[in-house]
Design a protein around this ligand. Structure first.
Ligand code: ZN
Length: 312
């Protein structure tokens, strides 16, 4: 196993795919996931156990989880919005379950038809389900979405975000991460909220999930690093966007994030060359799809040395 300073959780096969209209065939998803795994990524969120009626892109989530487990070598994570989804994720063999809990009441009601408090109850029910298993396997992570702002409510009260984090910790979540779902966060806010998160929930303080909607994603990642965050969600090629916001990009770009971190002397355990190559597998499954990022286009700067010591 690699020695790592930072854990990158690749969320393209879930967050990226669910944010675009097209559906990637199951075989192509698995070929892409295998290419991602070859780069050394230690965690990949491979799908979402939402109702296939709401997200036909994710109808094959169980099959993808099983295929990902067969590829092996990384933690197979999946999103579940509620107890029913978690039951399906566990049955499929997911090793980690992420449950989104929106800090914005309006977003929560329109997205999952539950208040934030009801969503916390779902987390408690999922933890109870997990704890009752013969082998209490999947790690349960709660992600506070719209933690840095909401397209419907605008600003979100920071004290409320931290209170919600405490409620999720009390409900038994193993870790609580903060998500800038709408790309509204700025570095000062990110630093404040992640420091607050650590004070509120201690060792259960989890990772950062940033979208690059307004180009502030990597600046926010550096601010989160300053606040002690060591786990980051990102997607290859920044796949994604929002069907309702033309011009909105997806998550922060994994290749650029790894380049940034490694350049700062932080080890990610990810082979950048292989990671960039995985873009081809992604485009094989979604020909012509818009991808983002800089590193793949311009390459390494002269004399760039990775922390592992291999000069480029
Ligand atoms: Zn997201």
């Amino acid at each position: 196993m690699h020695n790592r300073d930072v854990l990158i959780s690749e969320v393209g096969p879930r967050d990226g795919l669910q944010s675009i209209k097209r559906t990637m065939p199951t075989e192509a998803k698995l070929a892409w996931i295998a290419a991602l795994a070859r780069s050394g990524l230690a965690e990949i969120e491979v799908g979402s156990f939402v109702s296939p009626k709401l997200l036909p892109q994710m109808a094959d989530a169980a099959e993808v989880v099983q295929g990902a487990l067969a590829i092996g070598g990384f933690c197979v994570a999946a999103l579940a919005p509620n107890l029913k989804g978690a039951e399906r994720a566990i049955a499929a063999g997911a090793q980690k379950i992420s449950i989104p809990v929106s800090a914005s009441r309006l977003h929560s009601l329109s997205n999952i038809n539950m208040s934030p408090e009801q969503a916390v109850e779902q987390v408690a029910a999922i933890v109870a389900l997990r704890d009752g298993l013969a082998e209490p396997c999947p790690e349960v992570e709660a992600g506070i979405s719209t933690a840095f702002g909401c397209t419907m409510e605008g600003q979100i009260d920071e004290a409320w975000v931290l209170r919600l984090a405490e409620m999720l910790a009390e409900a038994g979540a193993d870790s609580i991460n903060l998500a800038d779902t709408t790309g509204m966060g700025n570095p000062a806010q990110v630093r404040r909220l992640f420091k607050g998160l650590r004070l509120a929930v201690g060792r259960k303080a989890g990772g950062a999930h940033f979208h690059n909607t307004r180009g502030q994603g990597l600046a926010n990642a550096v601010a989160a690093l300053d606040a002690g965050v060591t786990t980051f969600d990102s997607s290859l090629g920044g796949l994604g966007g929002c069907p309702y916001a033309p011009g909105a990009t997806g998550n922060i770009v994994t290749e650029d994030l790894v380049f940034l971190l490694e350049g700062m002397g932080l080890r990610t355990g990810v082979d950048l060359d292989r990671l960039v190559l995985a873009r081809e597998a992604l485009l094989d499954g979604l020909p012509g799809e818009t991808l983002y990022g800089h590193l793949h286009a311009v390459g390494y700067p002269k004399g760039f040395v990775l922390p592992a010591g291999e000069p480029r």
